[in-house]
Design a protein around this ligand. Structure first.
Ligand code: AVJ
Ligand code: FE
Length: 496
């Protein structure tokens, strides 16, 4: 039978939802006591995330897109005292009403109930998807609401991954090690190349050597001044699932600046510590210093020293020697700011970051990803919890910009110096509580995604935000600096 129009879109929506659910299962198929425990006051019990994922899907796919009644939580579980499915559940799983630290004291669903609820919502959501014509309204056009729900689940999967990192005790998660140095840019076996794999010949020449990058020669790329298109109108392809805060596309003037070609490594961060970085008041902002003193910060979260004084770190239940060439991760905005001052540089603004990542000067347009518009493969970026750590600096040459900036997408989120604000012409869609209620708050924008971010929730326009003190997220550092007025000759490679 001939394919119906919409079949490819339907398959893409189903695929994104199924991939998210496989990951959710991997993060929650753990002993019940681990699922219900609160591993950190900063995080929910994992069982809350699980049912919240189901509840969000019920609200947007079953009810809003499908026009169906709410899915009862205790259907088939034989509990007549079950919560009122609509008000009770929506209430319990409303993130804004209940800060994470209070969630353990709520009468939330237990492990068996939460799993059953998420599964029965999913069955109904697939039913809605099977009958969706994608032409009803803005909610379903281009499959937006299905993509939004898949992104929501993946975002909570990243949050749950951070909870796993915070918990103590033996490892529950396993994955192959991330590549250490410059990895192959295409399949290394005889397997046929995936269609979107980047051929070797398309890999930009870059200043990044094969192995470790010596600290004294961190390559910088100069981005010439001028306007570029920031954000997206997202009407086609991957960008049609761009969330409300990424919209609309608008022109932004950005003065010339230089940005480092690589994220800051553990080696360099350890030099900052050894050079008194945490003791030198002048490197810190006033708020940052106060926070540093109050919390007694002396190193990134999860770092400690072994018996011989060498740095090691706890990583998902294992203690391992610090890998010097990996991007530093688990630093707060305040630490990133102090590190930048020590290096005589600064963090990029959000607009600078996006221009460096997306602006194609030759074509005069913005790309979806640093390497172009092709969706990320395992050769482009360390995404999707394929590995349980960042990869070595310079490990993904196929994912670099044509100008030679590496690992903007994947590995670690990158703190920018910008607060989280609405773009001009912003419209909350489809709900205010995703973005709008956070604008103007005490947040800094992070860009680029981490090894724990799925590709569906990561693109050149994607905006994450968090409080400047937070460091349980997978956040690291990219440095930039002002660049003296340039003559417009074009891209120049500078070095320190
Ligand atoms: C975009 C990561 C800041 O986790 O608070 C999840 C994503 N919004 N459920 C968050 C989100 C609603 C959000 N961040
Ligand atoms: Fe949520």
């Amino acid at each position: 039978p001939a394919a119906e129009p919409g079949d490819a879109l339907r398959a893409a929506c189903r695929g994104a939802l199924e991939r998210a659910r496989r990951r959710t299962r991997g993060l929650t198929d753990i002993p019940d006591d681990q699922l219900t425990a609160q591993h950190s006051a900063l995080m929910s019990p994992l069982v809350w995330d699980l049912a919240h994922i189901g509840n969000q899907e019920d609200r947007w796919l079953v009810r809003a897109a499908g026009g169906c009644a709410a899915t009862p939580a205790r259907a088939g579980l034989g509990d007549p005292s079950g919560l009122d499915a609509v008000s009770g559940l929506d209430d319990l799983y409303d993130a804004l009403q209940h800060p994470r630290s209070t969630r353990p004291s709520l009468p939330i669903l237990g492990p068996t109930e939460a799993r059953a609820y998420a599964e029965s919502v999913r069955e109904r959501a697939f039913d809605v998807l099977d009958h969706c014509g994608f032409d009803g309204d803005a909610l379903t056009a281009d499959g937006f609401v299905f993509g939004m729900v898949a992104q929501h689940e993946q975002q909570h999967d990243e949050t749950m991954l951070a909870t796993h990192q915070l918990r103590t005790g033996l490892a529950l998660l396993h994955a192959p090690a991330a590549p250490r140095a410059r990895r192959a840019t295409g399949p290394v076996s005889a397997d046929p190349a995936p269609e979107s794999a980047v051929p070797e010949s398309a890999v930009p020449e870059s200043a990044v050597p094969e192995s470790a990058v010596p600290e004294s020669a961190v390559p910088e790329i100069v981005v010439p001044g001028g306007a570029f298109t920031m954000g997206t109108d997202g009407t086609a392809g991957t960008e049609s699932w761009a969330l409300d805060n990424e919209r609309p596309a608008h022109r932004v003037e950005v003065a010339a600046f230089a940005i480092e070609a690589l994220p800051v490594t553990n080696r360099r961060y350890a030099h900052f510590i050894a050079d008194g970085g945490y003791r030198r008041r002048e490197l810190w902002s006033e708020r940052g210093w106060r926070h540093r003193v109050e919390e007694g910060l002396e190193a990134p979260q999860f770092w400690s020293r072994d018996g011989d004084g060498r740095w090691q770190r706890r990583r998902f239940g294992a203690t391992v020697a610090l890998e010097p060439d990996e991007p530093v991760v688990h630093v707060s905005y305040f630490e990133a700011e102090a590190f930048a001052a020590w290096a005589d540089k600064r963090l990029p603004t959000e607009a600078e970051w996006e221009k460096a990542a997306r602006h194609d000067a030759a074509a005069g347009r913005s790309r979806t990803y640093p390497w172009g518009d092709a969706e990320p493969t395992e050769y482009h970026a360390n995404l999707g919890q394929r590995h349980l750590s960042p990869a070595g600096a310079g490990a993904y040459p196929a994912g670099a910009t044509v100008t030679g900036i590496h690992q903007l997408i994947g590995d670690v989120w990158e703190w920018t110096s910008s607060g989280f604000e609405a773009y001009p012409g912003f419209r909350a869609f489809p709900y205010r509580e995703y973005s709008e209620v956070f604008f103007g708050g005490d947040y800094r924008v992070l860009r680029g995604g981490s090894f724990g971010t799925d590709a569906v929730a990561c693109r050149g326009t994607f905006r994450n935000w968090d409080h400047p003190v937070r460091r349980q997220i997978f956040a690291g550092i990219r440095l930039a600096r002002d660049y003296p007025a340039n003559d417009g000759v074009g891209i120049a490679a500078a070095s320190e």
